[in-house]
Design a binder for this molecule. Structure first.
Ligand SMILES: [Ca+2]
Ligand SMILES: [Ca+2]
Ligand SMILES: [Ca+2]
Ligand SMILES: [Zn+2]
Length: 549
């Protein structure tokens, strides 16, 4: 059973196709731009950042092919992956907008070797699993796998003014306003290869409103409040889950295994009492007042008490919405109030007026968020803790915190079980919610909803290859002599951190000497760009020196 993507009817253009040299998986780029525009833009251009093209169109095609080759060096498939590419209008205003969009062109269900029955898959993945092109189509466009459209108006009046595309292959834009095309395309291509669900988060419905047929991504999308995966949830549950910020995670074993080596440590606060909730917890910061410090959040926590039932029916004795009634007890201490009834800044200001030195706001729901609000007269720091901790402290009549620390175990962008968070802003963002990693991830990830300047997709696709493994892709991430899954080198290479181009070297070279010289050039580029240090380069080099061919 197959289903042609409903977007397909929207496009009908001329065709210029060229195969790109790839290794594990072969990609075919189908340039669907008309003559003289987009990928065919004849405007002269100066070679930049390793991109030797001499027209804008040529540079676009070279960068495009580089991205295809990089994913091709990581993913295995015997079936060429056909990508439709064009530069066209994307929604934008003078100050912001969509850089590009991409996704599956065809999707498949219940095909040979499908990991899950009655779940939709991107056709590129489905073809690789089935070992055949499941839908050749009427022609190469009809039967293609991925469509990617880049904003061709970028930088023109009324569209993200002041920006231009950077077509260098080194992820090193040199001028302000330059947007790294290679990073953007690596990101977009990942959507088309499988990093994308087919739910409509606004309605909660599965693909095209067809009930009972979820997609492969939802099988690993977990709601931590319900403790359920999206492929087992109703449309109403999915709609509610999609905006449950911080509580939707990717529950795939390969990504979770990679999280400790990719994500940085989380700034956490250590709770020491009551004993039942002792441990490290992520905290939310505040948009007002000074930043939290270890000194300010070391000591005993005192409940802030105020009137109840005055402001509203929800007004409780712990919400800090009116003047504190226990100022003497709170003075000089860390005051605890609960979220609700009034704004965060109101609570903190009331605590400050009572003499508190710092404030903990206990959330009224699971998780934490960055507390919005403004009050320039606030001079004490405040943080938010999750409801289970705040409620336990309230029940115990107070607690103790041990200061802000860098957690040994918690990671920036993962939940307490080490699962990476998906982007689930409290206001649904069409095209961004859920089908991305959360922006709280640090360092920034390729698949966050916005492209950030620290990305180096020419060398590092962070968690994305592991995500592909989770949804069923077979990856080619081992080099003979470097091990295949244990030991320091294999661990470094496995999951494609810095590894994709090395695999490309080994796959494309005619002999071992060529493969090693290609790898060495690559390591030198990384070293010169400051991405790896000399010791790291040496370790990599000695590993690949033993590599087979
Ligand atoms: Ca096909
Ligand atoms: Ca109150
Ligand atoms: Ca981030
Ligand atoms: Zn995206």
């Amino acid at each position: 059973m197959k289903y042609n993507n409903i977007l397909k009817a929207a496009l009908a253009t001329t065709l210029l196709a060229g195969a790109t040299a790839a290794s594990a998986a072969d990609f075919v780029l189908v340039n669907i731009d008309p003559p003289g525009a987009g990928f065919n833009d004849p405007t002269p251009a100066t070679p930049v950042g390793g991109n030797a093209g001499t027209t804008v169109g040529e540079q676009r095609l070279i960068a495009y092919n580089r991205a295809l080759q990089q994913w091709g060096s990581i993913l295995k498939s015997n079936v060429p992956i056909v990508v439709l590419g064009s530069f066209g209008p994307r929604p934008c205003t003078a100050t912001g907008g969509v850089l590009a969009s991409a996704g599956a062109w065809n999707i498949e269900i219940n095909f040979p070797n499908s990991p899950l029955a009655s779940h939709w898959y991107h056709s590129a993945l489905a073809n690789s699993l089935a070992g055949v092109d499941l839908y050749p189509g009427a022609d190469i466009i009809d039967g293609a796998d991925i469509i990617a459209t880049f904003n061709g108006n970028l930088g023109q009046p009324g569209c993200i003014e002041g920006s231009t595309w950077y077509y260098g292959l080194d992820n090193q834009p040199t001028a302000s306003g330059q947007i790294d095309f290679l990073n953007v395309f690596m990101h977009e291509l990942a959507h088309g290869l499988g990093f994308q669900n087919f739910n409509d988060e606004a309605t909660g419905e599965t693909f095209a409103g067809i009930p009972n047929f979820p997609d492969s991504n939802t099988a690993l999308t977990r709601d931590n409040v319900l403790g359920k995966r999206w492929n087992t949830m109703t449309a109403a549950e999915i709609r509610a889950s999609a905006v449950r910020n911080g509580q939707v995670v990717w529950d795939g074993a390969n990504v979770t295994a990679r999280v400790p080596s990719v994500l940085g440590p989380l700034n956490a606060v250590t709770v020491t009492a009551p004993a039942g909730v002792a441990g490290d917890y992520e905290y939310g910061d505040a948009a007002f007042g000074p930043a939290a410090t270890a000194a300010a959040f070391t000591g005993n926590v005192v409940l802030g008490l105020d009137d109840a039932g005055v402001l509203a029916a929800t007004d409780t004795v712990n919400d800090g919405c009116t003047a504190f009634t226990n100022a003497a007890a709170v003075a000089g201490k860390i005051a605890l109030v609960k979220r609700g009834t009034c704004g965060f800044a109101v609570k903190v200001k009331n605590a400050q007026n009572a003499g508190a030195a710092a404030v903990i706001v206990g959330n009224n729901a699971l998780g934490v968020l960055s507390m919005g609000g403004a009050d320039p007269t606030i001079t004490i720091p405040s943080i938010m803790l999750t409801n289970s901790v705040g409620d336990a402290m309230i029940a115990a009549g107070g607690g103790a915190v041990n200061g802000i620390s860098i957690s040994d175990t918690l990671k920036a962008g993962a939940d307490n079980a080490g699962r990476v968070r998906l982007y689930a802003p409290t206001v649904y963002a069409a095209g961004s919610s859920i089908s991305h990693f959360d922006t709280v991830a640090s360092p920034n990830l390729l698949m966050e909803p916005a492209i950030t300047s620290t990305l180096r997709s020419s060398a590092n696709v962070d968690l994305t290859a592991a995500y592909f493994e989770d949804i069923g892709w077979k990856t080619e991430l081992s080099i003979a002599g470097c091990g295949t899954g244990s030991g320091a080198i294999a661990t470094t290479l496995n999951g494609s951190y810095l590894a994709g181009p090395v695999f490309a070297c080994f796959n494309n070279a005619k002999n071992k000497g060529q493969a090693q010289s290609c790898s060495t050039q690559y390591f030198n580029r990384l070293r010169n760009a400051g991405i790896i240090d000399g010791a790291y380069k040496g370790t990599f080099a000695s590993c690949t020196a033993g590599g087979g061919k």
